[in-house]
Design a protein around this ligand. Structure first.
Ligand SMILES: [Cu+2]
Length: 380
């Protein structure tokens, strides 16, 4: 094999490895704890000893996800065929847990963290089907910056920090950290849940422990935040799952800033039928005259096209134009010209992107464009 094709092969594997991720480690008040590595699955299959860690075992060897059609199974708790970790880590109420994901590729979706009390039982012996989850952290879509929590996680070196509520009752808990990827959520059963669990005892003097929710009752396939089209102007997003700890009802929390609301509304009509999200900028710098409106449109598939336009009566036409440009770029990235002799890509294999000369069809799944450079076969 030539050096060139060897490099191409390495790149192909590297991008495939980007497919999804797991929590490879977590910090409790700054102290590192080993996460569950998929290698441990094979260790177990080969009769080897699993390391004693606080992270839960799971058989998500495809680096895959839980689909809405499995929300009523015990796998929604802590991923596929999960079993409790042997150890329990410790964090102080009011302290932090940093969840370190392997490189995370999907910038569309909310990030959530739950806890479930193990009661008098050590969490290493808990029955996952009895766990009652309390949501202690949630982040969805920030309309001010047009940013999903999952993108914020990516931008933070694939790490998410959850602050443990100060008033949470001391005791043994299973923590359940989760990304819900929504890039395919426009169609039913297209959302992808990536739950990861670990045993962490909370110390302190807190006494609050709201009644939680069984894993199988956390989500429904038709929840507003599960069956959701992210490829349009997003004026609000309702984070799925039960109410947030300490909240008195509002549950949807990612801060719809009023400064952006009016401009977003003005572009909504134009953009809602399209495959992009459009949002305003320059409201702070703009003169009070309503004659000047800046619209920044970016591809929802991440950074493929950016159009910056200044005008006002023409906002509608402008946004429409930016839309079609973006759409064209996305479409071409998703289906580059056929190169003839290559087989269809396998699930999670690359199936398109600039300079990609491999398979452009999928043996399993649907070829989905994430950006100009990378399309991947995923279950829609
Ligand atoms: Cu993926």
């Amino acid at each position: 094999m030539s050096i060139r094709s060897a490099i191409a092969t390495i790149v192909a594997f590297a991008t495939t490895a980007l497919a999804h991720g797991t929590v490879s480690g977590f910090l409790t008040d700054g102290t590192f704890n080993q996460g569950f590595l998929l290698d441990y699955y094979y260790t177990k299959q080969n009769g080897g000893e699993l390391p004693d860690i606080a992270a839960w075992y799971a058989e998500n060897t495809d680096i895959g996800f839980i689909s809405p059609d499995a929300y009523n199974t015990s796998d929604i708790n802590c991923h596929k065929n999960a079993e409790p970790g042997a150890l329990t880590s410790t964090v102080a109420a009011g302290g932090t847990v940093d969840f370190k994901w392997t490189t995370w590729p999907h910038g569309i979706g909310p990030v959530l963290t739950y806890v479930a009390s193990c009661g008098d039982v050590d969490c290493s012996a808990v029955d996952k089907t009895t766990l009652l989850w309390v949501k202690i952290d949630e982040s969805g879509y920030d309309t001010t910056t047009s940013t999903w929590a999952a993108q914020t996680l990516i931008d933070n070196n694939s790490t998410w920090t959850t602050t443990v509520p100060e008033t949470l009752a001391a005791g043994n808990y299973v923590f359940r950290h989760e990304i819900i990827a929504l890039h395919g959520a426009t169609t039913e059963n297209g959302a992808q849940n990536y739950p990861q669990c670990m045993n962490i005892a909370v110390t302190g003097s807190g006494t609050d422990l709201p009644e939680g929710t069984l894993g199988t009752d956390l989500y429904a396939a038709d929840d507003a935040g599960i069956l959701f089209n992210p490829y349009t102007t997003i004026s609000s997003y309702t984070i799925p799952g039960p109410e947030l700890f300490g909240s008195s009802g509002s549950g949807s929390g990612s801060g719809a800033a009023t400064s952006a609301t009016s401009a977003v509304a003005s572009t909504k009509a134009a953009a809602s039928a399209s495959a992009i999200k459009a949002t305003s900028a320059a409201t702070s710098a703009a003169p009070t005259s309503a004659a000047v409106t800046s619209v920044v449109a970016t591809s929802s598939a991440a950074a493929s096209t950016t159009a910056v336009v200044t005008s006002s009566p023409t906002t509608l036409a402008t946004v429409t134009k930016a839309t079609s440009t973006t759409k064209a770029a996305t479409t071409s990235a998703a289906s580059p010209s056929q190169s003839g002799s290559v087989d269809a890509a396998s699930l999670y294999g690359q199936c398109g992107g600039k300079a990609w000369t491999g398979a452009t069809t999928c043996a399993v799944g649907t070829c989905t464009s994430y950006n100009d450079y990378y399309s991947q076969c995923v279950n829609a």
